[in-house]
Design a protein around this ligand. Structure first.
Ligand code: GAL
Length: 729
C-alpha cells in the first residue's frame, strides 16, 4: 500500500516536472517580447472563434501559419458565453478552449484578449444585456456591481485556461493576455472614476497570476507592468508609455467593417505592407493583423447598430476561409523578409539616414549578426533609383524595400507578384419549394403581456432577448369627437431602429432609421373608427452599439415617444401616457418556428406564396451538394429578416438595403488610407450573399426557415457554392 502511494506520488512529481520544464518563460523589455530568454519579432493575426465554425478552425489556422504568422489572437465574447446570468455556454463555435488547442497543435502562439469589453463590432461590445438591467450598475467605471461581474467572468475564463494548462507559463501556447480594450480613447469622459477603474483593471489582471505579460491597447497611462499598445492603420509613430515596454501594434486593420447601407471596404495590400515594413523599420517588434480572418456575425451577434452580417473585413482570408490574393501572398512574402532579419531587429541598433525628398535608409546593426536594411521612399509621386553602398535600387514611390543583409532586395512593398484571386459564386442544384405562415399578430388582449402608463425604453425592457417589442394601446375616439376625422395621422417618435405600425389590425407602414441617425419620426395617415381603435407598434432593433463612451446607455424603441394622433384642424391627441401593453418577441419566436424539432406541431401553408408581404415566415427542405466549397444563400429580392439552417441562425439579412455612393472610385494606395476610400459595390445590396456553414448542414434533408420582416420575393432565393479562382499568375 505504502509502495503504491509513493509510486503514485513520484509519478505525479515527474509529470509536474515534465510539464513545467515545457513551460515557456515569457517576459518583455524595451525592445521585444522575450520567450525563453530570446527577444522575438512576432507576427500575429486575429481570428475570432465565434465568427466561424469548429470545422473551419484547423484550416484557417493552417492557412495563417502558411501565411507566415507566429500567433493567433482572439477576443473572448462574454455575452455569447454568459447569455443569462450564471448560465454558461462553451459549446460548438463557442468552445474557445478547443480553438486555442488547435492553435497549439499547429505550433503557433496564442494571444487572449479577454476584455471582457471587446468592442469588435459585436453586439453591445460583448457585454451581456442582463448586466445593464441590474439596478445601480455603471459599465466600464469604478462601480462595485460592474467590477464584481467583470471580475467574476474574467476569473472564470482565466481559470478555464489554467485548468487546461494553456498559458505559456504552464507549457501552453498563450503568451500574452489583454484586459479592457481601448479604454484610453474614452477615459476622460469618465473623470477620476475612469482613472480608478483602469488601475483596478490592472490590479485585477495581476492578481489573476497568469505568468505571461498583460497588455492594454490604446492606454497611454497603462499602469506597470501592463504594456500599452497601439491600434490603427499606421503605428510607426507610436511610442509606448515606458522605455521598458516594447513597441507593439495590436490592431493593424487589414480592411474595415461595413454597415447596412454602405459599400464594401477594401484596403490595398501595398498600403498594409508599407505600414508593416515601416513599423518594423521604426523599432516595432510585435504586429497583429485585425482581422486575419473576419468571418460572419451569426445569430444576433452583430453590433453597431447596423453592422452587416458579413465580417469579411477584406482580410487575408475571406469570410468563408479562402485565401484572398494578392493580400495573403504579398504579406506572406513580407513576413519571410522580416523574419530573415529577426535577430538584428531585436538586438541591433538602428541608424537612420535621411536622404531628403522623402527618402530614408534605416540600417540595423549588431555585433555578430548580419545587418538589416529598409530603403524607404515616402514620396507619393516620385519613383527613385536609390544608390546605396554603391548599388542602385529601384524604389517606387510610397514603398519600402527590405534588404535582410543590406545588399539584396528581397521584398518591396509596392512590387506585388502574388497571384490575384476572385471569389465566384456558382448555382447549386438545390431546389427550394417554399411553404409559409404569417406571424400571428399580437393583440392588446394577449396573455403574458404587461402594461405600463408610459412608453418604455426597448433594450432595458427586452434585455435583448429578442429584437422585437410590441407597444399596444387603445383609444376611444368617442371621447375626442371634436378631433375625429375619417383620416387621421399617426405620429410616432422612436429611437429606432425599425418600426411596423398596425391600426385595428391593419398594417399601415414600416420605416427604418437611415444610417447614422437611429432616431426618427414615423408618420402615416390612416382610417380610424369613431369608437375604440387599437394601435399596435412593433419596434425592432438591429444590433446594439459597441463603441464610445457610455455606448451601453444608447437607447432604442419608442422610449418616451411621443405617440400622437393628429386629427381635425391639426388637433393632437397625445397617447404617450396611455396604458400601453407590451409583448417581448414574436409569436413565431415563442413557438420556435425555426427549430426542426418543433415542426411536427406547426402548420405551414403551401399555396399562394405571399410576395412582398411583411411579417411572414417561410420554410423549405433542401439537400446540400457534396464537396468542400463554402455555401451561401443568395437573398437578392428579399427585404430584411432572419435565416436559420437546421435551427442554427445564420444571421440577419437585409439585401434590400442598398449601398450608398460614398467611397467608390479610383483607389490609389499611395494616399494615406482611411476606411471611406477604396470602396466597391456602391448602389448594390450592402450584402447579398449569406454564409451557410457546412457545419450547420447534414447529408440528408436540411430545413431552412426565414422570417421576412419587410416583405420580399422568396422565389428568387438560391443556394450557391463559393470558390476562389486565380485570375493571374
Ligand atoms: C478598434 C477595436 C476593435 C474593432 C476595431 C474596428 O477600435 O478595438 O475591437 O472594433 O476598432 O474594427
Amino acid at each position: 500500500m505504502v509502495t503504491t502511494t509513493s509510486t503514485l506520488l513520484l509519478l505525479l512529481i515527474v509529470c509536474f516536472l515534465i510539464s513545467s520544464s515545457l513551460a515557456a518563460n515569457v517576459t518583455y523589455d524595451g525592445r521585444a517580447i522575450i520567450i525563453n530568454g530570446e527577444r522575438r519579432v512576432l507576427i500575429s493575426g486575429s481570428i475570432h472563434y465565434p465568427r466561424s465554425t469548429p470545422d473551419m478552425w484547423p484550416g484557417l489556422i493552417q492557412k495563417a501559419k502558411e501565411g507566415g504568422l507566429d500567433a493567433i489572437e482572439t477576443y473572448i465574447f462574454w455575452n455569447a458565453h454568459e447569455p443569462t446570468k450564471r448560465e454558461y455556454n462553451f459549446n460548438g463555435n463557442l468552445d474557445f478552449i478547443k480553438f486555442i488547442k488547435i492553435v497549439e497543435d499547429a505550433g503557433l502562439f496564442a494571444i487572449l484578449r479577454i476584455g471582457p469589453y471587446v468592442c469588435a463590432e459585436w453586439n453591445y461590445g460583448g457585454f451581456p444585456v442582463w448586466l445593464h438591467q441590474i439596478p445601480g450598475v455603471e459599465m466600464r467605471t469604478d462601480n462595485e456591481i460592474f467590477k464584481a461581474e467583470m471580475q467574476n467572468f474574467t476569473t472564470l475564463i482565466v481559470n478555464m485556461v489554467k485548468n487546461e494548462r494553456l498559458f505559456a507559463s504552464q507549457g501552453g501556447p498563450i503568451i500574452i493576455a489583454q484586459i479592457e480594450n481601448e479604454y484610453g480613447n474614452i477615459m476622460d469622459k469618465y473623470g477620476s472614476a475612469g482613472k480608478r477603474y483602469i488601475q483596478w483593471c490592472a490590479n485585477l489582471a495581476e492578481t489573476l497570476n497568469i505568468g505571461v505579460p498583460w497588455i492594454m491597447c490604446q492606454q497611454a497611462d497603462a499602469p506597470p507592468p501592463m504594456i500599452n499598445t497601439c491600434n490603427g492603420f499606421y503605428c510607426d509613430k507610436f511610442t509606448p508609455n515606458r522605455p521598458t515596454s516594447p513597441k507593439m501594434w495590436t490592431e493593424n486593420w487589414t480592411g474595415w467593417f461595413q454597415d447596412w447601407g454602405q459599400s464594401k471596404p477594401h484596403r490595398p495590400v501595398e498600403d498594409i505592407a508599407y505600414a508593416v515594413a515601416n513599423f518594423f523599420a521604426s523599432g516595432g517588434t510585435f504586429q497583429n493583423y485585425y482581422m486575419y480572418h473576419g468571418g460572419t456575425n451569426f445569430g444576433r451577434t452583430l453590433g453597431g447598430p447596423y453592422i452587416v452580417t458579413s465580417y469579411d473585413y477584406d482580410a487575408p482570408l475571406d469570410e468563408y476561409g479562402n485565401i484572398r490574393q494578392p493580400k495573403w501572398g504579398h504579406l506572406e512574402q513580407l513576413h519571410n523578409a522580416i523574419k530573415a532579419m529577426e535577430k538584428v531587429l531585436v538586438y541591433g541598433v538602428a541608424n537612420t539616414t535621411n536622404l531628403g525628398a522623402g527618402l530614408t535608409v534605416t540600417k540595423y546593426i549588431a555585433n555578430g549578426i548580419s545587418d538589416g536594411c529598409f530603403l524607404i521612399n515616402a514620396n507619393q509621386s516620385t519613383d527613385t533609383n536609390l544608390t546605396y553602398n554603391g548599388k542602385i535600387y529601384f524604389v517606387p514611390s510610397k514603398s519600402i524595400s527590405v534588404l535582410p543583409n543590406c545588399e539584396k532586395e528581397v521584398y518591396n512593398t509596392a512590387k506585388v507578384n502574388a497571384p490575384t484571386t476572385l471569389i465566384v459564386t456558382k448555382p447549386t442544384e438545390s431546389i427550394f419549394k417554399w411553404q409559409w405562415r404569417p406571424e400571428i399578430l399580437t393583440t392588446i388582449h394577449e396573455k403574458g403581456s404587461f402594461s405600463n402608463n408610459s412608453l418604455l425604453e426597448q433594450i432595458l425592457t427586452t434585455g435583448d432577448t429578442s429584437d422585437f417589442l410590441w407597444y399596444m394601446t387603445r383609444i376611444d375616439l368617442n371621447k375626442f369627437r371634436q378631433y375625429w376625422s375619417k383620416k387621421m395621422k399617426l405620429h410616432v417618435n422612436t429611437k429606432g431602429h425599425i418600426i411596423h405600425a398596425f391600426v385595428n389590425k391593419h398594417f399601415i407602414g414600416s420605416q427604418y432609421a437611415v444610417n447614422g441617425a437611429y432616431e426618427f419620426v414615423f408618420e402615416q395617415t390612416t382610417k380610424l373608427r369613431k369608437g375604440h381603435n387599437y394601435i399596435a407598434l412593433l419596434s425592432s432593433t438591429n444590433g446594439l452599439a459597441n463603441y464610445g463612451a457610455y455606448f451601453d446607455l444608447q437607447r432604442a424603441g419608442i422610449d418616451g415617444g411621443p405617440v400622437n394622433l393628429i386629427g381635425y384642424g391639426n388637433a393632437t391627441i397625445n397617447l404617450t401616457s396611455n396604458t400601453w401593453t407590451y409583448k417581448i418577441g414574436l409569436n413565431g419566436e415563442d413557438e420556435k418556428l425555426y427549430l426542426p424539432s418543433q415542426q411536427h406541431s406547426i402548420k405551414w401553408f403551401s399555396g399562394h406564396l405571399p410576395i412582398n408581404r411583411p411579417l411572414i415566415w417561410y420554410k423549405t427542405i433542401f439537400e446540400v451538394p457534396e464537396g468542400k466549397d463554402a455555401l451561401v444563400l443568395d437573398l437578392q429580392g428579399m427585404g430584411k429578416g432572419y435565416a436559420w439552417v437546421n435551427g442554427h441562425s445564420i444571421g440577419r439579412y437585409w439585401p434590400s438595403f442598398i449601398a450608398d455612393d460614398e467611397g467608390c472610385g479610383p483607389c490609389d494606395y499611395k494616399h494615406e488610407y482611411d476606411s471611406n476610400r477604396c470602396r466597391t459595390d456602391c448602389g448594390k445590396p450592402s450584402q447579398r450573399w449569406y454564409h451557410v456553414p457546412r457545419y450547420f448542414t447534414t447529408k440528408g434533408p436540411n430545413t431552412l426557415i426565414l422570417f421576412e420582416e419587410f416583405g420580399g420575393d422568396i422565389s428568387k432565393i438560391s443556394l450557391q457554392k463559393v470558390s476562389s479562382v486565380a485570375t493571374t499568375f
